[in-house]
Write a protein that binds this ligand. Structure first.
Ligand code: PLP
Length: 373
């Protein structure tokens, strides 16, 4: 099998399994208890929190460990809501775990702005500027798009916030950026940043939310008051430690170079009339292919028969027709329906992706020929 849906999820590093065993079967103690063993586990979590802060380039703040980035995003947005005449700003290309929360806020009668995307898939900064004002409570804009790989400029977004609504909370969904593209939160006005383990070869069921000022964030549910009272519930100790292990194993710069080479090799080998590579010039980990006259879904299933796995966009929304980001960028319905998402990981080989590209071409040719008969 050649797996090209790494933006959906990734294969976990084998090394995480050892860590799972250690923190589930040996150091399995509840970090909230007061025994020496428990306090040792609690200390490891605190150290790991500092480790993540350093990886994010954050000079202050905390990390709240959650069950998934969907939870991190919900906590960030719902935890920042306030009563009164406030406004909430989102990009139109957000992942459903942000976008659907925004839609729900709108349904509740709150003032919500959706900022459109430009042709390159990034958020339209002029449109963003036009909606920010002193009543803006929250801005939530993703770092890297899970559908196009487009990278939003956090420096420019921070500067707009500082100038137009310095008291607003800036949340960034960094799931497709963390440990994939080099960045640092230092010097930015980002208050909340979501990231997830299973997108970077860690386990499913654990994610994080960077919080610059935890007192400003309201908890989603009540309980024992763990994690500064922001996220009650016994921490997923093994998951957190496995997440750390995955991060420790990644060399962002080296991986980026590998993925650039993989993408180049793949694109060079996909040269067939009717297949269009849609590269937004953002993260090399993600790109789209459009197949003239053939549905993306048909290609996905036909490719799976031949051992190549691709995606249809966001895994969470892929069962629904359409792709919000591509729609917002201005692609036609036909182009959107004919799209698949290809996403790489740094540990694949040039031979593997070149073979996948050849299979893509052959599969498309076979379908087109069959339809023409
Ligand atoms: N945000 C983005 C940009 C994503 O790509 C995803 C996963 O597809 C999520 C959020 C949700 O992550 P999780 O699966 O950890 O809930």
């Amino acid at each position: 099998m050649i797996y090209l849906d790494n933006a959906g999820t990734t294969k976990m590093f084998d090394e995480c399994v050892e860590v799972h065993k250690e923190f589930s079967c040996v150091d399995f103690f509840n970090p909230s208890a007061v025994t020496i063993k428990s306090m040792e586990v609690s200390k490891k979590i605190s150290e790991t929190e500092r480790f993540f802060l350093q990886k994010l380039g954050a000079s202050e703040g905390n990390v709240i460990f959650t069950g998934c980035a969907t939870e991190s995003n919900n906590l960030a947005i719902k935890g920042s809501l306030r009563t009164g005449n406030w406004e909430y700003v989102f990009s139109s290309g957000e992942h459903p775990s942000v976008f659907n929360v925004a839609k729900a806020l709108e349904m509740e009668g709150r003032k919500v702005h959706f900022v459109p995307l430009l042709k390159d898939g990034t958020v339209d900064l002029a449109a963003l500027e036009s909606v920010l004002n002193e009543r803006t409570r929250l801005i939530s804009i993703m770092h890297v798009s899970n559908e196009t790989g487009a990278i939003n400029d956090l420096k420019k977004i921070s500067a707009l916030k500082n100038r137009l609504c310095p008291k607003a909370v800036l949340h960034v969904d960094g799931v497709q950026a963390f440990m994939k593209i080099p960045f640092s939160l230092r010097g930015l006005s980002v208050d909340l940043y979501s990231f997830s383990a299973h997108k970077i070869h860690g386990p499913k069921g654990v994610a994080g939310l960077y919080v610059k000022n935890k007192t400003a964030l309201k908890e989603l549910f009540q309980g024992g008051g763990q994690q500064y009272g922001v996220r009650s519930g016994t921490e997923n100790v093994s998951g957190i430690m496995q997440f750390r292990k995955a991060v420790e194993m990644i060399d962002v710069q080296k991986n980026l170079e590998n993925v650039r080479a993989l993408k180049q090799a793949f694109n060079d080998a996909v040269s067939l009339k009717g297949i269009k590579i849609v590269d937004f010039g953002g993260s090399p980990y993600i790109e789209c292919l459009q197949f003239e006259g053939v549905k993306g879904e048909t290609m996905l299933h036909a490719l799976e028969q031949r051992g190549v796995i691709v995606g249809l966009g966001s895994a969470c929304s892929s069962k629904k027709a359409g792709n919000r980001a591509l729609e917002n960028i201005g692609f036609s319905k036909e182009e959107i329906i004919s799209s698949v998402r290809v996403s790489f990981n740094a540990y694949q080989t040039l031979e593997e992706v070149t073979l996948a590209a050849k299979i893509v071409c052959e599969t498309y040719k076979n379908i087109v020929e069959r339809v023409a008969k």
